[in-house]
Design a protein around this ligand. Structure first.
Ligand code: BDR
Ligand code: CA
Length: 320
């Protein structure tokens, strides 16, 4: 079984990605580490437990991580995911918060990877604060990962949070910079524009949510807010290629779950803008080879085309 660790800011698409992993018998989800992002880290822990509860998998350990970025204040994405991160939908039977582990997310990340050297794929679908702190505490961590799968960044300077920056990178540019510079394991990026160009249709979304299962009913409740937001004027503009059902985080998860999911990719050194009047948090790709020597970032695989048939099947299975 493929060993995965998920680092999330459990909004609605993180929930979809987690449910996708839990539905695959060939995947073992070793734990979920939580970080600030779509909502507060406290809400992220609550939401993650709700998702695990909906899948009858509360035995999977959940760890609380950083409550804010390395520099500055936390931002959120309440306009899309709802203020609580899961659509502000009623939660009649909340799981006990005592289920959140005592161990911090950063320690757990380091421990779990060291216990399984070379075997764990880390799927990071949130601001990269936990991961940046982990690599500073244990610089050998990257070399012990099987792969790193990130949803974040942008290839075309199209922002969904600021003019030029995608949410996960905008929410902690320094962390993204550290992770991309110091990570020497194969790193795969599902960037904003790619996810927008790979969107699913609303017809698919309707059929997906209409499945006669408790998981589909749970998703229909928490996702209503995001569906409405997707049709707003703001998202019409943000979503690069017109609105549609964009489950950004699920692309990173699907790539970690199935080695043949990515059909085409670019391979370039990738970094993040840390200053700039309008560009802080923007991903920077060195397509020519300008960045050399000690300061050069590592190359990453940037997803361009994926197996959409497989993606639809994996999404469907997530709610079965
Ligand atoms: C990313 O930002 C968050 O709102 C989503 O969960 C996803 O990880 C998309 O930019
Ligand atoms: Ca996310």
């Amino acid at each position: 079984r493929k060993k995965l660790l998920a680092d999330v800011d459990c909004g609605t698409d993180d929930a979809q990605a987690i449910m996708m992993a839990l539905a695959d018998p060939n995947v073992e989800l070793l734990g979920v580490t939580c970080v600030h992002g779509n909502t507060t880290v406290e809400n992220v822990c609550k939401n993650t437990l709700r998702v695990l509860q909906a899948c009858n998998k509360l035995e999977i350990p959940v760890f609380k991580g950083a409550d804010k970025p390395i520099l500055g204040n936390a931002i959120d994405a309440g306009h899309f995911h709802g203020l609580d991160g899961l659509g502000d939908a009623p939660c009649p039977n909340p799981p006990s918060q005592d289920l959140v582990q005592e161990e911090s997310a950063v320690s757990a990340m380091i421990r779990i990877v060291n216990e399984n050297p070379g075997e764990v794929s880390l799927v990071a679908t949130a601001p990269l604060t936990n991961l940046a702190l982990a690599v500073r505490m244990d610089p050998s961590l990257p070399s012990k990962l099987r792969g790193l799968y990130i949803m974040g960044g942008n290839t075309d300077s199209r922002g969904n949070t600021t003019v030029c920056a995608e949410f996960n990178f905008a929410a902690d540019p320094e962390a993204a910079y550290i992770v991309l510079k110091d990570y020497c394991c194969p790193t795969y990026l599902a960037c904003w524009e790619f996810t927008c160009h790979s969107k699913l249709s609303w017809e698919f979304c309707d059929a997906w949510l209409a499945q006669d299962t408790d998981k589909a009913r749970f998703m229909a409740r928490i996702f209503r807010h995001s569906i409405e937001a997707s049709r707003s004027e703001r998202c019409e503009k943000e979503f690069v290629a017109g609105t549609g059902f964009v489950s950004c985080d699920s692309y990173a998860m699907a790539a970690a779950m199935d080695d043949s999911f990515i059909l085409e990719y670019d391979e370039y050194p990738v970094s993040v803008e840390l200053t700039g009047t309008h560009t802080r948090g923007m991903m920077v790709m060195d397509t020519v080879g300008f960045l050399k020597g000690k300061e050069a970032p590592k190359k990453a695989f940037i997803m361009k085309k994926v197996d959409m048939k497989k993606f639809e099947q994996m999404m469907m299975a997530a709610l079965k």
